[in-house]
Design a protein around this ligand. Structure first.
Ligand SMILES: Cc1cc2nc3c(=O)[nH]c(=O)nc-3n(C[C@H](O)[C@H](O)[C@H](O)COP(=O)(O)O)c2cc1C
Length: 166
């Protein structure tokens, strides 16, 4: 099998956020996709070891901040290379509240979901969320995963589903 074929799949770059007992938290994720349009349903794949996974399980809600090409790339690092277990990520990135969920203010759009189902794999939980709110925050091109790698020269940590031991 030529696993580099998997690199030909396209993604965006997002912050998936939720609550940790009243404290906003979340992680960077590329694995978000729309599953149905009516009702609008989104899936995200979150590693079992990510603190965000546990917090989404407890809260039953998540928000997706769709990062743009002009979003500060530091946001990706803060949310993608540290854990909410020991870091207050939203201290550096003051959230805006949308439908009672914390959202990255610098994002180009957001989507808020209630978890309606989930599927376990050996390493990741796929959360299925029904969209309860969404809006565009600013005019910007959404950042693609290819842009993150090719222009920002960003890396993916081992908990990203696309990690192949770079
Ligand atoms: C570009 C990028 C994409 C990522 N995509 C995912 C993803 O789709 N799912 C996932 O579980 N982790 C993904 N990660 C890894 C998490 O963001 C990372 O493990 C984070 O530190 C987890 O934080 P937490 O413990 O606070 O949840 C990604 C990281 C980066 C930088």
């Amino acid at each position: 099998m030529n696993k580099s074929a998997l690199y030909q799949l396209s993604y965006g770059v997002y912050v998936v956020s939720t609550w940790d007992k009243g404290r906003a938290t979340g992680c960077t994720a590329n694995s978000a996709m729309q599953i149905t349009s009516s009702p609008a349903t989104i899936a995200v794949s979150i590693n079992h070891d990510n603190y965000t996974n546990q917090c989404i399980q407890d809260t039953g809600k998540f928000a997706i901040s769709i990062l743009g090409e002009h979003t500060d790339p530091g946001v990706i690092g803060t949310f993608g290379f540290y854990s909410g277990r020991d870091t207050n990520k939203f201290e550096k990135v003051e959230p805006v509240m949308k439908e009672y969920m914390p959202v990255v203010p610098d994002a180009c759009a957001y989507i808020v979901c209630n978890v309606i189902d989930k599927m376990e794999t050996s390493s990741h939980t796929v959360f299925l969320g029904e969209v309860v709110d969404a809006d565009v925050l600013k005019k910007d091109d959404p950042m693609t995963y290819a842009y993150y790698h090719n222009v920002i020269k960003g890396k993916s940590p081992k908990n990203a589903p696309t990690y192949q031991g770079e």
